[in-house]
Design a protein around this ligand. Structure first.
Ligand code: 13P
Ligand code: SF4
Length: 373
């Protein structure tokens, strides 16, 4: 038996501590991952988001953007465990969309999403009550970006609302306006604004809701006039991209195409040639002819990987600053090996489990999204 081998032990009850994995050589850890994958075969599925480091995504059975990963979890019929190489809201979503027999593991529980943390249930319920002072809440459809806690998805489920991702936000808003005249969109103001603008909704009908201020910082008139109420939330990674960067790239590389994620500001999306989800960004580069030049505004690991995989094209990162998602980066080879080894020996760690009541209402909102898309 190699020193890297981890065997299932019938008597094991205490999880192996992370300390045992933190400093082990990478080759040993990779050997652990390979062995557990081989032993668990179809009962294990490793899902990986496009922002994961190369060393980690290499072990993913399936990769995708948030929508595709949610769909893969929902379609799963055979596996008993999903190890999610992504962030907490993605693992929660997989738990909501799978049966209670499936365990969803997040290799590092500290892998959250700072944007998702910008809206919480108490603040959204308080906003709903405030809005109800001025307009009939029966007219408002709540839409939560998938980058949000499970209890906010459940809030949407309970109130006739829906979840969206960056790949289906337009279809979701169309669906919403077929049902109600206004939308409360949280937590990403930029995705909400960029999508609503593409539908021709004027900016003066999109007030920003600041949860720290009475009535979100709005006059009653602004609320009465609103079509899309935008929660004051953002992604700290994507707000680093600026229109100056677009101008500089266009000047330095004539013919370059600017491709950005819709979590970027409206000004950056307007200045870009194309905007879309991480899967859209990946497909666009994959399908482009040799010699194409790109400046890409999304997380660094995905852009670097695209540059490596397409040496016949020129792929640049849109910002001169390093914009990486520090929480996605928390999932590394030691955490992946540690969580897999524990799963394999029957002492699973970091299981993400959404309480039943929340799960069933969140599922309603997610199922609506899956149907719309
Ligand atoms: P995608 O759904 O486009 O992968 O986006 C997820 C995300 O968190 C982007 O910051
Ligand atoms: Fe959240 Fe931004 Fe990281 Fe995406 S890139 S997971 S929105 S913090």
């Amino acid at each position: 038996m190699s020193s890297a081998t981890v065997t299932a032990q019938a008597t094991a009850t205490t999880p192996l501590p992370f300390e045992d994995f933190r400093t082990r050589p990478t080759e040993e850890l990779e050997q652990v991952i390979r062995e557990v994958k081989a032993r668990q075969a179809d009962s294990l599925m490793i899902l990986g988001h496009h922002y994961q480091q190369d060393e980690v995504i290499a072990f993913a059975d399936l990769r995708g953007d948030s929508y595709k990963l949610a769909q893969m979890a929902a379609q799963n019929r055979s596996c008993r465990s999903i190890v999610f190489c992504g962030v907490h809201f993605m693992a929660e979503t997989a738990d909501i969309l799978t049966s209670s027999e499936v365990d969803v593991v997040l290799p590092d529980m500290a892998a959250g999403c700072s944007m998702a943390d910008m809206a919480d249930l108490d603040s959204v319920e308080a906003a709903w009550a405030d809005l109800g002072e001025v307009i009939d809440t029966e007219q408002i459809l709540p839409v939560t970006y998938i980058n949000s806690a499970a209890n906010l998805k459940a809030f949407c489920g309970r109130h006739g609302g829906i979840v969206c991702t960056s790949s289906n936000a337009r279809a979701v808003l169309d669906w919403s306006f077929q049902r109600r005249q206004r939308v409360l969109f949280f937590p990403d103001q930029h995705l909400g604004r960029n999508t609503a603008r593409s539908m021709g909704i004027p900016l003066d009908q999109m007030p920003i809701w600041d949860p720290r201020l009475p009535m979100g910082g709005n006059t009653e008139d602004a609320v009465e006039k609103s079509r899309v109420i935008l929660w004051r939330g953002h992604c700290s990674v994507h707000q680093m991209f600026r229109t100056e960067h677009v101008t500089q790239f266009r000047k330095k590389y004539p013919g370059i195409q600017v491709l950005v994620h819709p979590e970027c500001t409206m000004q950056v999306v307007d200045a870009a040639d194309l905007a879309g989800s991480t899967e859209f960004i990946l497909k666009t580069v994959q399908q482009a002819p040799a010699g194409s030049k790109w400046a890409i505004g999304t997380e660094l690991h995905l852009v670097n990987r695209l540059a490596k995989e397409h040496p016949d094209q020129e792929v640049h990162f849109l910002s001169p600053m390093v914009c990486m998602c520090a929480t996605m980066y928390r999932i590394d080879v030691p955490h992946l090996a540690w969580s897999l080894a524990n799963l394999d020996r029957g002492t699973p760690v970091n299981i993400v489990r959404v309480p039943d009541e929340t799960k069933s209402w969140a599922r309603v909102a997610l199922d609506r999204m899956l149907e719309v898309s």
